[in-house]
Ligand binder design. Structure first.
Ligand code: ADP
Ligand code: MG
Length: 397
C-alpha cells in the first residue's frame, strides 16, 4: 500500500496540520502512569513544527460515548506533553467549532494545541460526515499518527482523512513499514509464532497466516486444541474440544498452502495453577491424568523452534507459548524470545511482534528493544495480522 508521509511536504508556514494521535494513556489518581504514547507522538509533532505548521492534536480518551464527561477530559495531557516537547501546549475546550478555531488562530507557526476528546461528540464513533467536515474545517492537511486507532472507521481516523490531503505520521509510517516487512513483502523463509490461550479468539489470524507463511509454530493453550484434534491426550488442560474440526481444517489448509505447522513435541504439566507449582516434562503421547494441565512447551519443542527460527529470515509473533505470568512456565516463551532477539541483533532475522500479553511477555524476557519492532497497537495489530483492511490506513492511500 502506498501513502504519503511528512517527507513529501516541504513547507507548512501559515498552515494548520490536524494530527490524530493516540493519547489514551493509563492514568491512576489523575497521574499518567506510562507516557509512552505521548513520546511516540513527538517525532511527528516536532517535524511539523520544523515545517512551520500550527499543530492541532486530535485524540480520544476513555469511553465517554458521545457525551461530554468532564472526568474524561484530555486537559490533563497538555502539561505532560508540554514538558516532553519543551514548548507550551495550548488546550481547546472543544475539538470543533469556535472554541477550537479561536485557539488555533492564536497559535504561532510551530505552535501546538491539543483539542478536547473527540469522543465527546457522537459523530466521532458514527463517522458522521458533518462531524468529519467540522474537523476538516480546522486544518489544511491531515496527519494520522495513531495506528492503534486505525482499525476503527471513526470521523477523526477515517472520515476526515478523505476531506483533506492526508499523510502518515512518523510512528504510523514506522509501524506500517515494520508490518509490511513482516507480512506484506517479507524476506523468506518466514515463520510465525502464535500462542496465547484460545483458538477461538485467533481463528481469523491462524487462517490468514497459514496462507502466507512458510512455517507456523502454534503454542500456548491453543496448541492443546490442535493436539486434542490430532488424538493426543491433554488431561485437564485448557482445550476447546468443540473446535476440533476447525483445528483440523486449519491443519489441512496449511498443508494445501505449503505452510509447515510446528506443534509441541513435549510439554510441561502441573496440577496447580500457581507459580512454582510442582511440574514435570512429558513427551507428546504420554498419559495424562485429568488433573494434569499443560502450562508450557517442553525443551524439545523449544529446540525445534529455535532451529526453524535459525533457518528463517523473518519472524512474526503473537501470543506467549505458555502461562508466562507464572514461573517456571515462562521458560519456553523467554527462551524463544531471547533467541529471536539474538538472531535479530546479529542481523540474521527481522522479528516483529505484537499483542497485549505478548508485549508483557517480551518485556518480562527483557528483549523488547532487541526485536526489529514490537507493536503496542493491540486490536489494530491483531486485525492487521488477520489480514483485515484497516480503515484508518486505507484512508491514507
Ligand atoms: P495477546 O494478548 O498477546 O494477544 P493472548 O491474550 O492471546 O495474547 O494470550 C495470553 C494468555 O495466554 C496469557 O495470559 C497466558 O497465561 C495464556 N496461556 C498461554 N499458554 C497457556 C496454557 N498452556 N494454558 C492456559 N493459558 C495459557
Ligand atoms: Mg491478551
Amino acid at each position: 500500500m502506498t501513502f504519503k508521509t511528512l517527507d513529501d511536504i516541504s513547507d507548512l508556514h501559515g498552515k494548520t496540520a490536524l494530527v490524530r494521535v493516540d493519547f489514551n494513556v493509563p492514568v491512576e489518581d489523575g497521574r499518567i502512569t506510562d507516557d509512552t504514547r505521548l513520546k511516540v507522538a513527538l517525532p511527528t509533532i516536532e517535524k511539523l513544527q520544523k515545517l512551520g505548521a500550527k499543530v492541532a492534536l486530535l485524540a480520544h480518551f476513555d469511553r465517554p460515548k458521545g457525551k461530554v464527561v468532564p472526568e474524561m477530559s484530555l486537559r490533563f495531557v497538555a502539561p505532560a506533553l508540554s514538558a516532553l516537547l519543551g514548548t507550551t501546549v495550548a488546550f481547546a475546550d472543544d475539538c470543533v467549532g469556535a472554541d477550537a478555531a479561536d485557539v488555533l488562530k492564536l497559535l504561532p507557526a510551530g505552535g501546538v494545541a491539543l483539542l478536547e476528546n473527540v469522543r465527546f461528540h457522537a459523530g466521532e464513533e458514527k463517522n458522521d460526515p458533518d462531524f468529519a467536515a467540522q474537523l476538516a474545517a480546522l486544518g489544511d492537511i491531515y496527519v494520522n499518527d495513531a495506528f492503534s486507532a486505525a482499525h476503527r472507521a471513526h470521523a477523526s481516523t477515517e472520515g476526515v482523512a478523505k476531506l483533506l490531503p492526508a499523510y502518515a505520521g512518523e510512528s504510523m509510517r514506522r509501524e506500517l513499514d515494520a508490518l509490511n516487512a513482516a507480512l506484506g513483502t517479507p524476506v523468506r523463509p518466514t515463520i510465525g509464532i502464535v500462542g496465547g490461550s484460545k483458538v477461538s479468539t485467533k481463528l481469523d489470524l491462524l487462517k490468514n497466516l497459514v496462507g502466507k507463511l512458510d512455517a507456523l509454530a502454534i503454542g500456548g493453550g491453543m496448541a492443546n486444541t490442535f493436539l486434542y484434534a490430532q488424538g493426543h491426550e491433554v488431561g485437564g488442560s485448557l482445550c476447546e474440544k468443540d473446535l476440533k474440526d476447525t483445528a483440523l481444517e486449519i491443519l489441512k489448509e496449511a498443508e494445501v498452502k505449503g505452510c509447515r505447522i510446528l506443534l509441541p513435541l513435549d510439554v510441561v504439566v502441573a496440577q496447580e495453577f500457581k507459580a512454582h507449582a510442582p511440574n514435570r516434562i512429558v513427551d507428546l503421547g504420554a498419559e495424562l491424568s485429568g488433573d494434569d494441565k499443560i502450562f508450557d512447551a517442553g525443551p524439545k519443542t523449544v529446540a525445534q523452534l529455535k532451529d526453524v527460527i535459525d533457518n528463517s529470515k523473518t519472524l512474526i509473533w503473537n501470543g506467549p507459548l505458555g502461562v508466562f505470568e507464572l514461573p517456571p512456565f515462562d521458560t519456553a516463551t523467554v527462551e524463544a524470545a531471547k533467541f529471536a532477539a539474538e538472531q535479530t541483533q546479529s542481523g540474521k532475522l527481522i522479528a516483529v511482534a505484537g499483542g497485549g500479553d505478548t508485549v508483557a511477555a517480551l518485556n518480562h524476557a527483557g528483549v523488547v528493544q532487541d526485536m526489529t519492532f514490537v507493536s503496542t497497537a493491540g486490536g489494530a495489530f491483531l486485525e492487521w495480522m488477520e489480514g483485515k483492511d484497516l480503515p484508518g490506513v486505507s484512508a491514507l492511500g
